[in-house]
Design a protein. Structure first.
Length: 188
């Protein structure tokens, strides 16, 4: 039960960009078709704006360079939109577990990736020797970028990684993200 609920709660981003592109293209095609059809019904003839491009396209052969390029562009655009719509995006949140590691009652708690990054940055900033810290999280990993004026970069990095890992594990993140840190030495 908990595995199913955990996967269901880990939200993925919606596919708004490919959906918007397709919607705008279909809206434009539908509006153009409606204008041409209404003009045909009102005047009894096809408008020149529709017949001129149709005549130009009708004069092309299947092997002409313009048709081949247009077909290739349409196929590439279709494949890109299809992959963008089908490929799952990264997780935007992580589920939190109770102290016992089990879900409590019917209530589930989640934390966004941005909040995980802010929590990690706050904990890293508490370590002695860290002058500046920035963090990012994608749900599976937390990346810390540290700046220090100390020459003990390896020890500071290890202490920061350990503190952030302990904090995220104690917070009950499920799954607990892997923590990595890069240290830059600031010249005095």
């Amino acid at each position: 039960m908990s595995t199913t609920r955990s996967r269901r709660l880990r939200r993925r981003p919606s596919r708004t960009v490919p959906a918007t592109i397709v919607a705008v293209l279909l809206l434009g095609l539908g509006a153009l078709t409606a204008v041409v059809a209404i003009s045909r019904l009102a005047t009894g003839t096809w408008p020149t704006q529709a017949t001129a491009p149709a005549s130009a396209v009708a004069g092309q052969t299947w092997g002409s360079p313009a048709v081949v390029v247009a077909a290739a562009l349409a196929v590439v655009a279709g494949v890109v939109l299809l992959l963008a719509g089908l490929k799952p995006g990264g997780h935007r949140s992580t589920q939190l577990r109770g102290p016992s590691g089990e879900l409590v009652g019917q209530t589930d708690y989640v934390i966004t990736n941005g909040a995980v990054a802010r929590l990690a940055a706050a904990q890293a900033d508490r370590v002695d020797g860290v002058d500046k810290v920035s963090a990012s999280s994608d749900g599976r990993r937390v990346r810390l970028h540290l700046t220090t004026s100390s020459e003990q970069t390896a020890q500071i990095r290890d202490r920061v990684v350990q503190r952030v890992t302990d904090t995220l594990t104690a917070a009950g993140l499920d799954p607990a993200p892997r923590v990595s840190a890069t240290v830059t030495t600031k010249d005095l």
